[in-house]
Design a protein around this ligand. Sequence first.
Ligand code: PMP
Length: 359
Amino acid sequence: MAEKRISGYDSLVRKCYRSGGYVFARRAGGVPGNGESCRLARLASNENPTPPSPLAVEMGYRALQEANRYPDERMEELTSALSEFHGPYHFVTGVGMDGVIETVIRILVEPGEKVAISVPTFSYYSLAALAQGASVINIPRNPDFSVDIPGFITQANGAKISFLCTPNNPTGTVTGPDDVEKILTEISGILFLDNAYVEFCDRDYRALMAAHENLIIGRTFSKAYSLAGLRVGYAFVPEWLVPIYMRAATPFTLNAVSAAAAIGALRDPGHVHEAVGRVKRLREEVFEKCRFPVTPSGANFVMVDVSPMTGKEVAGCLADAGVLVRSCESFPCLGEHYIRVSIGEEWENTRFLDAINAL
Ligand code: PMP
């Protein structure tokens, strides 16, 4: 059992790394992290090209000046700011939503228990579940990448926790709150609803928290809030989960600088609003101008069907033209003909469209 688990985990990690843009970046003469100097269009990681809010930077800087002190262990200032922003919900925080997912799986799932995942989707649910020794069940979506609701309910039966991502990475497709509610009322386990990209679509799932004790909604400051490098994630959780989470999480879930910057970002909604508006406008432009089929997206990226070429071939050609995109062949149940492209700055999108339309 242990051997099987480790080999599955390792190969998944290798696959994700290979298709993550780094190999292509090197071929294109630069590596992500070198920034503007090599003028690569960095459209592989769903980042926000808009820099963080000046208020986030200022508050982070002030916290850095007091970094000789430990932060507040319970992250009360950040959770109060989240309550001020969203309303009186219960929150937990983590090192990115990745950190929240890892902690939730570690506290709720015993080795051998079932974890159900609507696929194709974000790989980390599977990685974290396999690392915990869980038995992972992939539940395929419909051919148009919508969720097969009755199929999901049937196959998630008996799972300790199920994962559903909306808007979904990498397809960009959105599952509405009504469908999520149907799932919540029918399944016996917990549903982790991943809302990493929710600010880029016009749906709101928060009201579901009131009626469902088996719902966790994951959020992040990495996307709409432009703080990917600071690693701030959080989740709306049922009240019963808070003390269990706090006992199991590492003592300081976030560092003081990240927490302060996140509070600053929350207090500058105009900045986020502008960045999100720009993403929506440029997303529409990619949708209209790309000569390959683009799946309608509610996120800050789009998925493009590059058949009959493979995603890997196209990602390689685009890298040669200085555009980094994500080839999607490592996503289970998706096949090898897709790429995922983040909505970047205007020049990045133009370069992407010019390069892909010339293929
Ligand atoms: N969920 C989804 C769907 C994601 O795409 C990502 C990151 N790309 C995450 C969660 C993790 O985000 P974070 O940066 O907060 O760890």
